[in-house]
Ligand binder design. Structure first.
Ligand SMILES: NC(=O)c1ccc[n+]([C@@H]2O[C@H](COP(=O)([O-])OP(=O)(O)OC[C@H]3O[C@@H](n4cnc5c(N)ncnc54)[C@H](O)[C@@H]3O)[C@@H](O)[C@H]2O)c1
Length: 220
């Protein structure tokens, strides 16, 4: 089956498999059956088998999955088998917090942080100095950038995103609370913590009315 046919729901579940398998690896677990994995992950074994069958299976009947192999293969499917360079535009509270976080663990390396505020110029976050945005175009020309993270105020986000597209950026991790309206050549992943909080608020308000199912676990 070609990757194009794989549903976005399956792709959304892959990072969770990757995380669980990583934990198993840390605990020196060599092999695991879909049943055992299903108990740990609180999803059905058939869901796991179905999801992994999209990529060719990886397991042997009655023998289970080789944890390291499956972890590596899912990592490759997710594109985590090579270092990906990331830049951050907007070095305020959120931009600096993200720059301080260890995304190297999953292969993302912050190599540039940009802002317009001259008071931030030269300040280093985890060893990376904040630069002024007027150097951004040249920086993109000089480096292979895989992902641009957008942590600027909402008003600036669309125009900066458009510029980034013009300069050849093909993946934007957008934290600004606005839709970016770029061409289909650019992958955009929006992250909105307040929307997550709103759904938590909904769950709190409606708890007990609906059973918390396996399905909702996997959609978190
Ligand atoms: N997605 C989420 O869950 C989430 C959570 C918190 C904040 N946000 C959003 O993230 C953004 C940043 O929030 P914050 O709290 O860090 O704000 P902040 O004011 O601390 O930081 C914004 C930074 O962007 C810089 N900036 C402004 N215009 C710029 C430009 N043209 N080029 C480069 N840098 C520019 C500012 O100088 C400032 O340093 C806001 O849009 C906010 O709404 C999203």
């Amino acid at each position: 089956m070609s990757e194009r046919e794989i549903s976005s729901a399956v792709i959304r579940r892959l990072p969770r498999y990757y995380r669980y398998l990583g934990e198993l690896l840390e605990n020196n677990v060599v092999r695991i059956s879909s049943k055992e994995l299903s108990i740990r992950m609180k999803v059905t074994a058939s869901q796991i088998r179905q999801d992994l069958n999209n990529f060719g299976g990886f397991g042997q009947q009655g023998y289970g999955y080789n944890v390291e192999y499956l972890h590596d293969e899912i990592g490759k499917i997710l594109g985590l088998d090579a270092t990906q360079n990331m830049i951050i535009i907007g070095a305020g509270n959120l931009g600096q917090a993200l720059a301080n976080y260890d995304f190297d663990r999953i292969g993302f390396k912050v190599i540039g942080i940009f802002d317009i505020n001259p008071r931030l110029e030269g300040l280093a976050v985890r060893g990376v100095e904040i630069q002024m945005v007027d150097t951004l175009e040249q920086f993109i020309k000089d480096h292979e950038i895989h992902v641009a993270t957008l942590t600027v105020p909402k008003k600036q986000a669309r125009s900066i995103a458009k510029q980034l597209e013009t300069w050849g950026i093909r993946a934007i991790w957008n934290f600004a609370p606005t839709d970016l309206h770029l061409s289909e050549d650019v992958c955009v992943k929006n992250v909105h913590l307040d929307e997550s909080l709103m759904t938590l608020s909904y769950n709190l308000r409606h708890r007990g009315k609906e059973k918390y199912s396996y399905k909702s676990y996997m959609e978190d």
